[in-house]
Structure formats: C-alpha cells, structure tokens
Ligand binder design. Structure first.
Ligand code: E4P
Length: 215
C-alpha cells in the first residue's frame, strides 16, 4: 500500500520524505491556506521533494474552467496530479484531461456509485473521504470495501486513495482491505511509528547495556 502525506507544509514533507516511507502528497485549498505561500511555489517545491504523485486541486466550478486550471497545474511539474471534485462538471473535466494524458484524482467521493463513474471517466485515483463519512454516522470504510470490490470485478485501473483519514486504525483497515493508497495527515503518520512498548523496550535495553562489559 502506498502512503501519501496529506499536507502542504513543506518542512513536514521534507522531514518525513527523508524516512523513505512517503510515496506521494495530496493537497487541497484548505491545506494550501495553511502553507501561507504562493500555491505554485508550494506545489513546485513539494514536487521536487517527492518523486511520486502530488495532487493539486482545481477551484473552477465549470468543466471548461477545471480543464484550464488542470492544464495550468500540470505544467508546474511532471508529477502533478490534478484533483477534481466529483460531480457532473468534474467528471466531464476528467474525461477531457484524460484525452490530454493529464492524470486526475477525483476528490470528495462519498459513495461507490461516484467512484464507479470516476473510474469509467478514466481517473488515475479516486478519493473516498472516510473520516467525513464517519463524522456523520456512517462507516466510511464500508464504502472503500465496496469500491475495491467493484473495481476488482470490472478490472478498473483507477487506484483507490483512501482520504480524510483520522487515526492509525483507519490505516490498518485500509491495508487489510487492500486499498492502493492512504493519504495521511502528518500526525497520523507520526503516530504509526510509535508504541509505548517500543519506548519501554528501548529504555530497558539501554539500562542493560550499561552493565555489559565493554572490554
Ligand atoms: C485528501 O485528498 C483530502 O484533501 C483530505 O484527506 C481531506 O481530509 P479532511 O476530511 O480531514 O479535510
């Protein structure tokens, strides 16, 4: 399973990418707002730090505008993936950008039906937002399970990018289902490194080492 970072904070991406566990990055307008720098500069820097796909989102509301913005975003770097919101206009834009071989990530997906349409239109990634589904009383991961089964049944090549992840248990469930990608806020990726028994174990070994003859 690929791990993407869901942030536009360059210092975090730089630090965590150096650990060899980051395969890509996803951004959105809310995340770019926090980065507090011109978006082209931020996306270009991220694309240099991470060789894998870097999603950058359009904000136009009509398909023609989405296509224009998609072309502009994809000109920033070769690894930019254009993030397009689900909907009539969005799917039309995905189909157009596909003709130009521009990779897309259909975002704000909350149902299997939406994901099926994204795959048929030729999206490279589909992003079901599981945390936001959980927030309103659904089990977001059930939607991921359905999407994976539907894609498998028909051989769709679109990768399921599990988004809106809130905690490490979401990551485990995504992995057990065979999701292609998870995109993680920095704090969730950091939490995956940690376990209290690891800390206790390290302290015990270091204490024991003090009593090991050194020569
Ligand atoms: C990913 O592509 C999305 O931008 C992100 O995961 C949304 O997460 P949120 O629901 O925490 O805003």
């Amino acid at each position: 399973m690929k791990i993407f970072l869901d942030t536009a904070i360059r210092a975090d991406i730089h630090r965590l990418a150096a650990m060899g566990v980051v395969d890509g990055v996803t951004t959105n307008p809310s995340l770019l707002k926090i980065a507090k720098a011109p978006y082209r500069e931020v996306i270009a820097d991220i694309c240099e730090m991470v060789a894998g796909p870097v999603s950058a989102e359009v904000v136009a509301e009509d398909w023609q505008g989405m296509v224009r913005e998609g072309r502009e975003l994809s000109s920033i770097a070769k690894n930019v993936v254009v993030k397009i919101p689900m909907g009539f206009e969005g799917i039309r834009a995905v189909a157009e950008l596909k003709k130009e071989r521009i990779a897309t990530n259909v975002t704000l997906v909350f149902s299997s039906n939406q994901a099926i349409l994204a795959a048929k239109a030729g999206a490279r990634f589909v992003s079901p937002f599981i945390g936001r589904l959980d927030d309103v009383g659904h089990d977001g991961m059930e939607v991921v399970e359905e999407i994976l089964a539907a894609y498998e049944a028909y051989g769709y090549e679109t990768e399921v990018l599990v988004a809106s992840i809130r905690h490490p248990q979401h990551v485990v469930r995504a992995a057990l289902l065979g999701a292609h990608v998870v995109t993680l806020p920095t704090r969730v990726l950091e939490a995956m490194f940690q376990h209290p028994l690891t800390d206790i174990g390290i302290r015990k070994f270091l204490e024991a080492w003090k009593q090991v003859p050194k020569s």
